[in-house]
Design a binder for this molecule. Structure first.
Ligand code: NAD
Length: 400
């Protein structure tokens, strides 16, 4: 009998043996990476638990496929299915071009209030990297997902709205510092205590429960004193209030770093960082830079999570890659590792570990898709299908 994953009253999830997991196939290379992800996930669950557990995949529509079939890019039924089933996974989605159409990813994050964008970044042996010691990178980024300048409150230079906003700044707020008023566009950057607290709380809990200990608050509070500076202050206040025991006995060690210094330090001494909590825009830059250090976004997983309701959508971090769609060359590892994160999230840790181990073996023996293989000496470039088969074979053969 299939069942739904449910939140437990005191936190955590109740996960049945056959949970329904909705998936969005995605546009462009989406169908190819989703096919690979499902095959690998099913193999890992079967290899670990036999017939006792199985994921009951349920397709829900978004993006081009949804538009073709329903006339809507993101049908409400999809958002509702993700809300009810609690945990889902998605391939990359095209951002429809045209006036007033918002990014589907942003709509999903806001619709489900998925306030944490979680990106673990680690290196797999054998994968080419632009840095000398990629093995020193093992950092999980908690990026705030609902605030900051991503809220889209902005007005274009020359519009009546920008003129009205400028007049308000000058006449009501006494602002005199806008350097070129007539040709300025304006944006608003809301950062709240509540938004900061729930993000920092989730990052701290993760640091404590995974035994990672060190949490770094990354901000630009030296310049943006009330928004990014507020993030730092509210973050420390929350930690002192809610994690006093953990701070005292060393299960949690906290520091903070200015964003530009962090970008430099993370290249020079990545081993100094373990869990990072940061604002939306900083988190965007940081996640991609760290991903590049270990071999690029083609193999970086990600998740959008509301740790309060338990709702989580795991996702490929790359885009729809229209230039290689349908050619059986796309690297499916980002979505596969996101599925491993999902298994970990629902407590099927052994199956998640099996995927990571099998992937390590593939890379260590020079098996990879062309995007990675071309930088790996002696590696065999495989098609997406052949790579998925090789990975599945490793999944069934490894002991751990
Ligand atoms: P992209 O990530 O799709 O592609 C950038 C380059 O990287 C391309 O050359 C592509 O071939 C390559 N690439 C990307 N993923 C790869 C993989 N897994 N294996 C091998 N090569 C890979 O970025 P883009 O071209 O800027 O965006 C294309 C579309 O994707 C846009 O509509 C954009 O809005 C959308 N997008 C969606 C998401 C998402 O759904 N999370 C993220 C980023 C971009």
């Amino acid at each position: 009998m299939t069942q739904l994953i449910k939140p437990l009253p005191g936190g955590g999830l109740s996960v049945p043996e056959r949970p329904v997991v909705p998936f969005i196939e995605g546009d462009g290379v989406g169908p190819e990476v989703t096919r690979a992800m499902r095959a690998v996930t099913d193999a890992a669950v079967e290899a670990e638990y036999g017939t006792a557990r199985r994921i009951e995949w349920r397709e829900v529509l978004a993006g081009g496929k949804a538009f073709e079939q329903t006339g809507q890019w993101l049908p409400e039924a999809t958002v509702q299915a993700l809300r009810v089933c609690l945990v889902g996974i998605k391939g990359p989605l095209t951002t429809p071009v045209g006036g007033g159409i918002r990014s589907l990813n942003v709509q999903l994050r806001q619709g489900l209030d998925l306030y944490v964008c979680q990106r673990p970044v680690r290196w797999f042996e054998g994968v080419a990297s632009p840095v000398t010691h990629p093995e020193r990178v093992d950092i999980t980024v908690f990026r705030e997902n609902t605030e900051d300048i991503y809220t889209g409150i902005e007005w274009e230079a020359g519009t009546p709205e920008a003129t009205k906003f400028l007049r308000f700044l000058q006449t009501e707020m006494g602002v005199t510092k806008v350097r070129f008023p007539a040709s300025s566009s304006f944006g608003v950057k809301p950062v709240s205590r509540e938004g900061t607290e729930r993000l920092v709380r989730a990052a701290a809990r993760y640091a404590v429960t995974t035994g990672r200990h060190r949490l770094t608050l990354v901000h630009k509070g030296n310049i943006m004193k009330f928004t990014e500076g507020g993030f730092k202050r509210w973050g420390y206040d929350l930690l002192e209030r809610e994690f006093a025991d953990e701070l005292r006995d060393g299960r949690l060690v906290v520091d903070d770093c200015i964003a530009d210094a962090f970008l430099q330090n993370a290249l020079l001494k990545p081993e100094a960082y373990s869990v990072v909590a940061t604002l939306n825009l900083n988190g965007d830059y940081i996640s991609d830079m760290l991903a590049a250090q270990v071999g690029g976004i083609g193999i970086s997983p990600g998740a959008n999570i509301n740790y309060t309701t338990g709702c989580a959508v795991f996702e490929a971090t790359h885009g729809t890659a229209p230039d290689i769609a349908g050619r059986d060359t796309v690297n499916p590892c980002s979505l596969i590792l996101s599925a491993a994160m999902m298994l970990e999230y629902i407590g099927w840790t052994e199956a998640a570990q099996r995927i990571e181990n099998a992937l390590s073996q593939c890379f260590a023996t020079g098996r990879a898709t062309a995007d990675l293989a071309r930088f790996m000496p002696g590696a065999t470039p495989l098609t997406t299908t052949a790579f998925t088969e090789a990975l599945t074979k490793h999944i069934f053969s490894i002991e751990h």
